[in-house]
Each structure stands twice: as C-alpha cells, then as structure tokens.
Design a protein. Sequence first.
Length: 263
Amino acid sequence: MNIRMSGLREKLRFHAPQVSKPYSELAQFYDRMMDHVDYSSWANYISSLFHHFNKDVHSIFETACGTGSLAVELNKLGYELTCMDASPDMVRMAAGKFKEKGIPLRLLAGNMQSIPVKAEYDAAICIYDSINYMVNPSDFHKAICEAASVIRRDGLFVFDVCTVKNSELFFDDRDVSEFFEDIEYDRRCRYDPNKRIQKNFFIIRDLGKKQMTESHSQKIYYLEEVAEMIQGSDFREIGRFEDLSFDPGTEDSERVHFVLERR
C-alpha cells in the first residue's frame, strides 16, 4: 500500500462519471482503506462502557455496521449482534466476512431513520461518526428515536460524533491518494466552516482504469446541538466522553462518544 498527497485539482478538471451512492464502490476496498482502525480497541471500549454503567448487555443492534469488522470483534467478546447498514454493497461484504469466519450474526440492509426491525436489544451502537451522515437535524433526531425503538427499557445507545476541531484538523482542504495492488483512489476532503459540512469526494480506478466516483457529506454538529436533538426522545444522556476514554468530551476533543439510557 502506498499513500501520497496529490494534486487533485488538475485531475478534477476532467469530466467525471456519474457519482455513485456512498459506500457502493468503496465497499470493495473499504477494509484496506481503514486498516489503520483498531477495531479490537473499539470493541473493548464499548464493552467497558456497558460495564461502567453496570449494564448487563448480551444482545446488540448495530446501525451503520459497514463491512462488519467491529461486529466480529464484539462477537469475540461474547456479544450477540444484529447488524444493519444502508449500503447493500457493505452488507454483502459483511456477509462474506461473517461466513468466512463462521460467525452466526444477523445482517440486513436498512436506514437508521427507519429501522425495519421489531425486536428489543440490550443496547444499540452507531460507531465511527456514522450518525454525522444525518445532515439534517430532523434526520438526526429521527435516527435517535428509531434507536430507542429497538432497545429495552434501561438499555443503552452508544454513538460518537466528529467535532469541529476534527474537521478543521483533518478534513479542511486535504487531498490524498492511495494505491493497492488492484485499485487506486484519490480523496478530496473539504470542510465548509459556515455550514459545518464536511465533504469527501472519491475518484476510484481499477486495474482496467475504469473510473468511478463517490461523494460523501457529513454535518458537524456542536455538542450542545446533539444534546438538544436527544431531547424529545425516549433517552436521557448519561455519558459524554472523549475519544475511547472516560475523560469528559468537549469541543476540544476530536471525537466524542455519547451514552444514552432508554427510559
């Protein structure tokens, strides 16, 4: 694998093909792109949150599960999971991973604003700033309410958000290229501080130089805005922590985990 900063502005002058849905083309190499993420540490942290709040958690509903890497690690810790993602392509990758590892986890494609499940779990999770894809506050609030619909009373919902600081540090006018054996991509990161919208535009080429593109948008909310969107749901906030820790989560953090308890 090779990574370099690139002059994407020249490449983007050429006509690009039609933009694909998020995580459709990326699905095929998402695990390689995210190989820097320590999913085992994430799983252990989520488990520690359950224990910190004295919750007896056995079953977990995961929204935005991606290719299932976190679910694999949580399953190793003894949790039973039902996993959902809005991208059918990511769900297919997760299904292949679960089958290869012989893990009997439930999978479905679905939107976090309208969860197609009628069941109650001990906890729900939405990890790695996936909820920031809810660019409208009404959708964000709806996603929280839908999570409540699949959690038993006193159960937990754990999600995390990126902060303005994170976007300013890592996504403000940054171009990156990455090369694998069979595919390469250019990533253009832009952050609009006025609208607080973070955009990631991918140009993807396979060995045959077929070019594909994807565009991703996330809304970066202030933490108090998140707290306001929790109001009116069946949750109460019981924890707000800095990235994989139990330190208080603030606007000076790069990532903040919210822990909500179902009323």
